[in-house]
Design a protein around this ligand. Structure first.
Ligand code: UGA
Length: 450
């Protein structure tokens, strides 16, 4: 099937490359000529494992192309995916940010003007309830002759695992209201449906809400386990064992019960706020999601206080090494990451900060902070009075901490991802602090003291 994808950003690019790999004939369209030039030269605009190879394989096979020419791509396509950004709108203080639909609206207009025969227009972008209807109205009013259907088809891709998530999804959700669109969508996803992937057909409104509800539910699990981590610290329990203890109950599930510094990234913070905004608009408030947002905001300051208190109440003039800037491992994305709060706060408190991240440093430089960028873990921690781990990169876990200890001024490690082995760190002589648990040796000590 001939498919056009509007927007060669994270969602559009992964969707386009994966659909091409499933055997479709795909053209990805983007307004930024440099991005298209680079893609045509095999240079990816984002870091995503496996993407470069996937793009290269499919462009060579002639199934995947990149262009700035939307008219040409859309006029030839039977299915057109909209994968443009829906960033949060500016809000007044205290308001919850709605999604900004300006890119979706202009894509809909341009698609309407370029359409030739019957076309299915598919919203892949994360959009509020009612957007499929809005896109249909825009197309109708822009081109009254247009023959089309609008479908909602949210993505559930995780950064760092996006290709696997697309190719082996837990489910595919499509929201549509007519049989013609049904047939086209079943054709688009035939290779996955044939492999037995759960394929859920529903209304556009339900489909749009499924996306927000899924992200809000996952964010709620994280918020919950982080509060349990605080409680574990207070009562002397272990949050990792607690996660296992509740997560092995099938009704709860083990995933997304890893305590940490709070959720970040371009999705959970934005989508939880957008869901609250939608719920308020429809006068059906979602108080649970609201408290998750507040709890996650508080989490950032809790983490800062933890760091300051480990540093004996004062970081002024101290050398602090920060390992990890991205909002999670295996991405170069630093949007809404805990580092964006912690690093400026440490600077404000008078610390000298040196950072290292395997992928996120270029993006972080846009914050224009007065910090040093190190070239390796060792370079970052040398002469540090304390090391803070903010992201769960394997490279940090695999470092030889025993030998790194001598490079530090003080052997203090604050591991906000529970990445390192608490017992080994304590045994190696580190003053090691993590989340929601004490190391065994520290617990033994406390028991002896009691
Ligand atoms: C998330 C969802 O997982 C995807 O299903 C969804 O498609 C995507 O948003 C989106 O809406 O586009 P992503 O933002 O890539 O994906 O990242 P996650 O892996 O979900 O992690 C989000 C945040 O939660 C990270 O900061 C991560 O460190 C944190 N997290 C995750 C925890 O603190 N604990 C956990 O147990 C899991």
């Amino acid at each position: 099937m001939k498919i056009a994808v509007i927007g060669a950003g994270y969602v559009g690019l992964v969707t386009g490359a994966c659909l091409a790999d499933s055997g479709h004939d795909v053209i990805c369209v983007d307004k930024i000529p440099e991005k298209i030039e680079k893609l045509n030269a095999g240079i990816m605009p984002i870091y995503e494992e496996g993407l470069e190879e996937l793009v290269s394989r499919n462009t060579k096979a002639g199934r995947l192309q990149f262009t700035t020419d939307l008219d040409q791509a859309v006029s030839a396509a039977q299915a057109v995916f909209i994968g443009v950004g829906t960033p949060p709108l500016e809000t007044k203080d205290g308001d919850y940010a709605a999604a900004d639909l300006k890119y979706v609206r202009s894509a809909a207009e341009e698609i309407a003007n370029a359409m030739q025969d019957y076309t299915v227009v598919i919203n892949k972008s994360t959009v509020p309830v009612g957007t499929a209807q809005m896109v249909a109205e825009i197309i109708q009013s822009t081109n009254s002759q247009a023959q089309f259907s609008v479908v909602s088809n949210p993505e559930f891709l995780r950064e760092g695992q996006a290709i696997n998530d697309f190719m082996k999804p837990d489910r595919i959700v499509v929201g549509l209201s007519d049989d013609k669109a049904k047939a086209v969508m079943q054709q688009v996803y035939k290779p996955l449906i044939d492999r037995g992937v759960t394929y859920l057909e529903t209304t556009p409104e339900t489909s749009e809400l499924i996306k927000y509800a899924a992200n809000a539910f996952l964010a709620t699990k994280i918020g919950f386990i982080n509060e349990m981590a605080n409680l574990c610290e207070a009562v002397g329990a272990n949050v990792e064992e607690l996660s296992k203890g509740i997560g092995t109950d099938n009704r709860i599930g083990q995933a997304f019960l890893k305590a940490g510094p709070g959720f970040g990234g371009s999705c959970f913070p934005k989508d939880t706020e957008a869901l609250i905004h939608i719920a308020n608009e429809y006068d059906a408030p979602v108080s649970i999601v609201k408290s998750v947002v507040v709890s996650n905001m508080n989490r950032r300051m809790e983490m800062l206080h933890k760091i300051i208190s480990v540093c004996k109440g004062n970081v002024n003039g101290k050398n602090i090494a920060v390992l990890g800037l991205t909002f999670k491992a295996n991405t170069d994305d630093v949007r809404e990451s805990i580092s964006q709060t912690i690093v400026p706060e440490l600077l404000k408190a008078g610390a000298q900060v040196r950072v290292y991240d395997p992928q996120g440093m270029e993006e972080f430089k846009h914050m224009n902070l007065d910090i040093e960028y190190a070239s390796s873990v060792e370079d970052c921690i040398t002469k540090a009075d304390a090391v803070i781990i903010l992201t769960e990169w394997k490279e940090f876990q695999q470092a030889n901490w025993k030998s790194l200890k001598d490079k530090m001024t003080l052997p203090v490690v604050i591991d906000l991802r529970n990445l390192l082995d608490a017992n080994q760190m304590t045994e190696s002589g580190f003053d090691y602090h993590c989340i929601g648990k004490l190391s065994d040796s520290a617990s033994d000590l406390l028991r002896k003291m009691a």
